[in-house]
Design a protein. Structure first.
Length: 389
C-alpha cells in the first residue's frame, strides 16, 4: 500500500527565506564568502577519501598553515569561534569565583565564553578613537578575583596590546586575544594570534577567511597547546582510547571544514590586500561627506577592516537608525554596531560604560566583503552623499 506523502512543514527560517526571495540581483550584502574552484576541489578530495570527520590530511594542513600565517608555533582547529574562546579559557583553568575583563563593545560570544566556565565577565569601557578596550578602564576593574583579560580587536584594528600586556604582567593575569574579526591584523610586524598568551579566531562565513563554521586557537605556549588538544577531544589521552581523565569537550573541526580552510589560506593575503584597498577607496570617497566619522589606523598598526565602519553624527542629518532602512531601499545592506555587553539582559550592569554606549548608538557597518568591486563602493559612497541632509 502506498503511503501518503507527509504534509510539507512550514519553513523553520521564514525571515531568511523572505529576505532572500525579496533581494534584488543588484543587492550589495554586508558580507559574503569568497569561494572558488580550490575550495570545491579540496572538499571533493576529502569526500572521496572517506575522511569527512575530524581525522584527515586537511585538518593537519590547516593547523600548520594557520599557525605559520599568524607567526606562532601552534594552532588548534575547532568547530567555531565561540568554543575557541571557551577552550582557551578552560585550558587556563578559569572557573567559578574568577573574573575575566572583557570590552563592553563586542559580540556577546566573548562574554558567553567566560560565563560557560563559571567565571564572571566584567565589562571595561572602550577607546573613543579605536573603539577597542581601554587599558585605563581595565586597570580600574582589576580585583583579587581577576584572572584574565580578553582584548577584542574590534572590526579589524588591533588593541593596544603593549599596555594590556604590561597590566597583565603587573597583576599576574592571562591575556586571551579575541581575534575573531582580525585575521592578519598586526602591530608592527607581529600579527594577531600571537600578541597574548593564547588567542581565538572565528572562521564563520562572514569572516576574512572561512570554513563555513569553524574556529582556531593559537599560542606559542606548548603546554597550553597540548592542553587545548586534550580538552578538545573529550580529554582522551592519545595512547589510551576511551579513557577520559577529566571532563572534556567535543570541539573538533571536520576534515571537510578544514579542506575549505586550506583553500582559503592560499588566498588570505589577497583577501587582506583587497580589503585594505576597499577601505582606502571608502576613505577617499567619504572624506568630504558631512557627519560621517571614518575608522582609524593608528601609526604602527595594521587594520584589516573586517568591517568598514563609520559613526553617524548629527551633522549628517539622518540618525544611524534612519540611515539603515534608507540604504536598504537602495539595495545596500548595513549593520548597527553591537549593543554593549553590559546593556544586555544576561550581563546587565548598573555601572554602564558610556563610551561603548555612545559608539553603539552611532556606529554603522558598511558592506565589506573582499569581493566588492570599486564600482559598488563608489555607488555606496555616492548614495551616502545623496542621503546626507
Amino acid at each position: 500500500m502506498t503511503q501518503p506523502k507527509p504534509a510539507l512543514q512550514p519553513s523553520l527560517f521564514p525571515y531568511l527565506e523572505h529576505q532572500l526571495s525579496n533581494r534584488p540581483d543588484n543587492f550589495i550584502p554586508i558580507y559574503e564568502p569568497s569561494l572558488g574552484p580550490r575550495e570545491e576541489e579540496f572538499v571533493l578530495n576529502a569526500v572521496r577519501s572517506g575522511w569527512i570527520s575530524y581525522l584527515g590530511e586537511y585538518v593537519d594542513r590547516f593547523e600548520h598553515e594557520f599557525a605559520r600565517f599568524c607567526g606562532v608555533k601552534y594552532a588548534v582547529p575547532v568547530c567555531n569561534g565561540t568554543v575557541a574562546l571557551h577552550l582557551a579559557l578552560a585550558a587556563l583553568n578559569i572557573g567559578p569565583g574568577d573574573e575575566v575583563i572583557v570590552p563592553a563593545l563586542t559580540f556577546i560570544a566573548t562574554a558567553n565564553a567566560v560565563h560557560y566556565t563559571g567565571a564572571r565577565p566584567v565589562c571595561a569601557d572602550v577607546d573613543p578613537v579605536t573603539w577597542n578596550m581601554d587599558p585605563q578602564s581595565v586597570e580600574k576593574l582589576i580585583t583579587p578575583a581577576t584572572k584574565a583579560i580578553i582584548p577584542v580587536h574590534v572590526y579589524g584594528h588591533p588593541v593596544d596590546m603593549a599596555a594590556l600586556n604590561a597590566l597583565a604582567a603587573q597583576h599576574d593575569l592571562w591575556v586571551v586575544e579575541d581575534a575573531a574579526e582580525a585575521h592578519g591584523a598586526a602591530i608592527g610586524e607581529r600579527r594577531t594570534g600571537g600578541l597574548g598568551h593564547i588567542a581565538a579566531f572565528s572562521l564563520m562565513a562572514n569572516k576574512i577567511i572561512t570554513t563555513g563554521e569553524g574556529g582556531m586557537v593559537t599560542t606559542n605556549d606548548e603546554a597550553l597547546y597540548l592542553r587545548c588538544r586534550h580538552l578538545r577531544d573529550h580529554a582522551m589521552p592519545p595512547g589510551r582510547r576511551y579513557w577520559h581523565d577529566e571532563v572534556g569537550f567535543n570541539y573538533r573541526m571536520t576534515n571537510l571544514q578544514a579542506a575549505v580552510g586550506v583553500a582559503q589560506m592560499e588566498r588570505v593575503e589577497e583577501f587582506i590586500r583587497r580589503k585594505r584597498e576597499i577601505a582606502a577607496l571608502y576613505d577617499e570617497l567619504l572624506t568630504t561627506v558631512p557627519g560621517l566619522t571614518q575608522p582609524v589606523e593608528q601609526p604602527g598598526y595594521t587594520n584589516v577592516y573586517w568591517m568598514y565602519s563609520v559613526l553617524v553624527e548629527p551633522a549628517y542629518g539622518l540618525s544611524r537608525d534612519e540611515l539603515i532602512p534608507a540604504l536598504r531601499q537602495r539595495n545596500i545592506d548595513s549593520r548597527p554596531f553591537f549593543h554593549p555587553i553590559d546593556t544586555l539582559p544576561p550581563y546587565l550592569s548598573h555601572t554602564p560604560c558610556p563610551v561603548a554606549l555612545d559608539l553603539s548608538r552611532r556606529g554603522l557597518n558598511l558592506p565589506s566583503a573582499p569581493s566588492l568591486t570599486d564600482a559598488q563602493v563608489a555607488y555606496i559612497c555616492h548614495t551616502l552623499r545623496e542621503l546626507a541632509q
